[in-house]
Each structure stands twice: as C-alpha cells, then as structure tokens.
Design a protein around this ligand. Structure first.
Ligand SMILES: [Zn+2]
Length: 66
C-alpha cells in the first residue's frame, strides 16, 4: 500500500478515507492474479483523500463511473 497521501493537496493522513475509482476489468483481473501469486502493492483505482478533499474525491469517483 502507498502511504495515505491526499490526491489533491498531498497531506499525509489528514483524517480522510480511501476512494475506489472504477477499474478496467482486465486491470482488475491482472491485479487479482498478482495478489494470488503473493504480490503486495497498491490496488488499482484506489485513491486517498484527506477529510477536506474527501467529498471532492467521492464526486470524482462517481463521475468516473459514467
Ligand atoms: Zn487534501
């Protein structure tokens, strides 16, 4: 996992939360194979937002689902 650094302002932590963006099925399948083979890393499409930018991040993820 990446450290929880806000995608907007770069603050570390910031009392926010992770937001899952839509991921291409092929990318998701590749990630699943990577994890099954013991790989550790940052899941595709997962972004962190601080408390201040969390609403912005969630709106962006929602818009990306279109
Ligand atoms: Zn922020």
């Amino acid at each position: 996992m990446k450290p929880p650094i806000c995608e907007v302002c770069g603050v570390l932590g910031g009392g926010g939360a992770a937001v899952q963006f839509p991921v291409d099925p092929a990318e998701r399948a590749a990630w699943d194979r990577f994890v099954e083979s013991g790989g550790v890393g940052h899941p595709p499409g997962l972004a962190w937002y601080c408390a201040e930018h969390l609403a912005e991040g969630r709106a962006a993820a929602e818009a990306a689902q279109e």
